[in-house]
Design a protein around this ligand. Structure first.
Ligand SMILES: Nc1ncnc2c1ncn2[C@@H]1O[C@H](COP(=O)(O)OP(=O)(O)OP(=O)(O)O)[C@@H](O)[C@H]1O
Ligand SMILES: [Mg+2]
Length: 472
C-alpha cells in the first residue's frame, strides 16, 4: 500500500498549474518545490527522514489573483490527503465554533476515503468474481440465496416484516433458469441477458438509526463518537434484511458487499493515518483574517487565540482522532491571505517563524486578463460558449472583444476596488445578459461578439461611475 505521491517533478507540477492559472510563476514554483520535497523526503534513510520538517509557505497577494485557485489545482495533483480550510472559520478554544484540531481530523477522513477507494480498486476483480459466483448460485436455485445465518433481530427491533416470509417466492420465469446448465447460465449472466431476472437475498441495512443529536458546531467529534459507540451495540449493528431485486442491481450490491469483506478495515486505518502524517497537506486560507493589530480587546483576543491554537498543530503535536493518534510534524501547511489590512508581521511571531517561505502573488493587469479570458482549460469564454451550446447557440468571441473586456476589467479595478480576475465574472455577466435571457429563442444561430459589441453594451455602464460601481 504505497502512495504514488510526488510522481510529478516541479517542472511538471508548474506545467499542470499553468493550464489553469495565468502567471504567478513564483507561487507556482514554491508549491511545486514543496510538493516534490515530500517525495524527496520519502527517499531519505529513516533516521534522517524524521529530522526533515516541511517548509511551510505563505502566499500573499491581493484578492482574486489565484491563491485559492492554485491550492485547488494543487490538491488534484498532489495525490496526497489534502484539506482546505478557512482560518477565519475557527475560533479560540472555549468560544463557539470549530476547534482547530478538526483540521487534522478532516485530513484523516480524506486519507481514509483515499485509501479505501484505492483498496476498492485493488479488490475489484476478486469482488466481481465472488459476486458473480453468488449470483449464479442464486439463479441456479431459482432466484433465492440459501440463508447463511438466521436473521438477527436486535432488542430495538420490533418489525418482523421480511423475516417471516421464507425466501421462496421466486417467480416462474426464474424457475426455468434452474434447468439450464451452469456454463450456459454463466454465459447468459455475463452477456447481461439475465439483468431483468429477480433474485432475493439478505443485505446489510446500513441506514443509520441515529439522527443528529447535537445541533451546534464544535461537537462533531462527540457526536461521531456517539455514533460509533451506538453502532457497536447489538441492536444498532445494521440488521440483515431480505430484499428482492433485479440481477443488474443485485450485482452492484453484491460486489460492494464482497469488496467490503475483502478489505481489512484495520489495515486501511493504519495506512490512512500514516498517509495523513507523512503526506498530508493543509491549505489555510484567509490566514490574514486571524491576524489583528495587537489591540487586546474583543474580537482581536479571539483571533490571536486562534493563532495560538494553530501553533501546536503547525509546530508538530499529536492530535487524537477516532481512528487513532496523528502526529502533525510532517504535515505541510500552505497559508494564504490578501494581507490588505493586517501584515504578515501582525501574526504572532511564533507562527510567522513556522512559515519560512513567503511568496507574493502579483496583481493582474490587462495582458493577464486577456490570457485568463481565453487560455485556461476552464476559461470564462469557454464556459459561456459551453452554456450557450446547451441552448443550441454557437457563441464566439473575437480577440478584439477579449482585448476590450480586459481593458475594461483593468479600468474598473483601478477606479473601484481591485478585485482581480473576479472582475471578469461581473463584466461577462453584464455583457451576456441579453443573450443569456433570449438564447432559447435563438437556437441554431451563431453569435459572434467583437470589440464593437463589447463597447456597445458595456461602455454606457463603464462611463457612468455610479452604475459601474453597482453592476460591475
Ligand atoms: N492568475 C489567474 N489565472 C486564471 N484565473 C484566475 C487567476 N487569478 C484568479 N483567477 C480566477 O479568479 C477567480 C478568483 O480567484 P481566487 O479564488 O484564486 O482568488 P484569491 O486569490 O484566492 O482571492 P481571495 O484573497 O479573495 O480569496 C477564480 O475564478 C479564478 O479562476
Ligand atoms: Mg481565496
Amino acid at each position: 500500500m504505497s502512495a504514488p505521491v510526488g510522481s510529478f517533478t516541479p517542472r511538471e507540477i508548474v506545467g499542470e498549474l499553468d493550464r489553469y492559472i495565468v502567471g504567478q510563476r513564483k507561487a507556482k514554483r514554491a508549491v511545486a518545490i514543496a510538493l516534490r520535497n515530500r517525495w524527496r523526503r520519502q527517499q531519505v534513510p529513516d533516521e534522517l527522514r524524521d529530522e526533515i520538517v516541511p517548509k511551510n509557505i505563505i502566499m500573499i497577494g491581493p484578492t482574486g489573483v489565484g491563491k485559492t485557485e492554485i491550492a485547488r489545482r494543487l490538491s488534484r495533483l498532489a495525490q496526497a490527503p489534502f484539506v482546505k480550510v478557512e482560518a477565519s472559520k475557527f475560533t479560540e478554544v472555549g468560544y463557539v465554533g470549530r476547534d482547530v484540531e478538526s483540521i487534522v481530523r478532516d485530513l484523516v477522513e480524506v486519507a481514509l476515503s483515499m485509501v479505501r477507494s484505492e483498496q476498492r480498486q485493488q479488490v475489484a476483480t476478486r469482488a466481481r468474481e465472488q459476486a458473480e459466483r453468488r449470483l449464479l448460485s442464486m439463479l441456479e436455485r431459482g432466484g433465492a440465496e440459501a440463508p447463511s445465518t438466521p436473521p438477527t433481530i436486535g432488542p430495538f427491533l420490533v418489525s418482523s416484516k421480511g423475516a417471516v416470509t421464507p425466501p421462496s417466492s421466486a417467480d416462474r420465469r426464474s424457475e426455468r433458469l434452474a434447468d439450464l446448465d451452469a456454463d450456459e447460465l454463466k454465459r447468459r449472466l455475463r452477456a447481461g441477458e439475465l439483468d431483468d431476472e429477480l433474485v432475493e437475498f439478505e443485505v446489510q441495512d446500513n441506514s443509520n438509526p441515529l439522527v443528529s443529536v447535537f445541533g451546534g458546531q464544535g461537537l462533531e467529534e462527540v457526536e461521531s463518537q456517539m455514533r460509533d459507540m451506538l453502532s457497536n451495540l447489538p441492536g444498532f449493528k445494521g440488521k440483515r434484511e431480505l430484499r428482492k431485486m433485479r440481477v443488474a442491481e443485485a450485482r452492484e450490491v453484491l460486489e460492494e458487499e464482497e469488496a467490503q469483506s475483502l478489505i481489512e478495515p484495520e489495515a486501511v486505518k493504519r495506512e490512512a493515518l500514516r498517509r495523513a502524517q507523512q503526506h498530508g497537506i493543509v491549505f489555510l486560507d484567509e490566514i490574514d483574517k486571524v491576524a489583528g493589530q495587537r489591540s487586546h480587546s474583543g474580537a482581536d483576543v479571539s483571533r490571536e487565540g486562534v493563532q495560538r491554537d494553530l501553533l501546536p498543530i503547525v509546530e508538530g503535536s499529536t492530535v487524537s482522532t477516532k481512528h487513532g493518534q496523528v502526529k502533525t510534524d510532517h504535515i505541510l501547511f500552505i497559508a494564504a491571505g490578501a494581507f490588505h489590512v493586517a501584515k504578515v508581521s501582525d501574526l504572532i511571531p511564533e507562527l510567522q517563524g513556522r512559515f519560512p517561505i513567503r511568496v507574493e502573488l502579483e496583481s493582474l493587469e490587462k495582458a493577464d486578463f486577456e490570457r485568463i479570458l481565453k487560455e485556461p482549460k476552464n476559461a470564462l469564454t469557454r464556459q459561456y460558449a459551453a452554456l450557450m451550446q446547451a441552448e443550441g447557440v454557437e457563441l464566439q468571441f473575437t480577440d478584439d472583444a477579449i482585448a476590450v473586456l480586459a481593458e475594461y476589467a483593468e479600468q474598473a479595478n483601478r477606479r473601484a476596488e481591485n478585485i482581480g480576475a473576479r472582475r471578469l465574472h461581473t463584466l461577462m455577466e453584464a455583457l451576456l445578459d441579453e443573450l443569456s435571457f433570449a438564447a432559447p429563442e435563438q437556437s441554431g444561430s451563431k453569435v459572434r461578439i467583437d470589440g464593437a459589441e463589447v463597447r456597445r453594451v458595456l461602455a454606457p455602464i463603464m462611463d457612468d461611475q455610479d452604475l459601474a460601481r453597482f453592476i460591475l
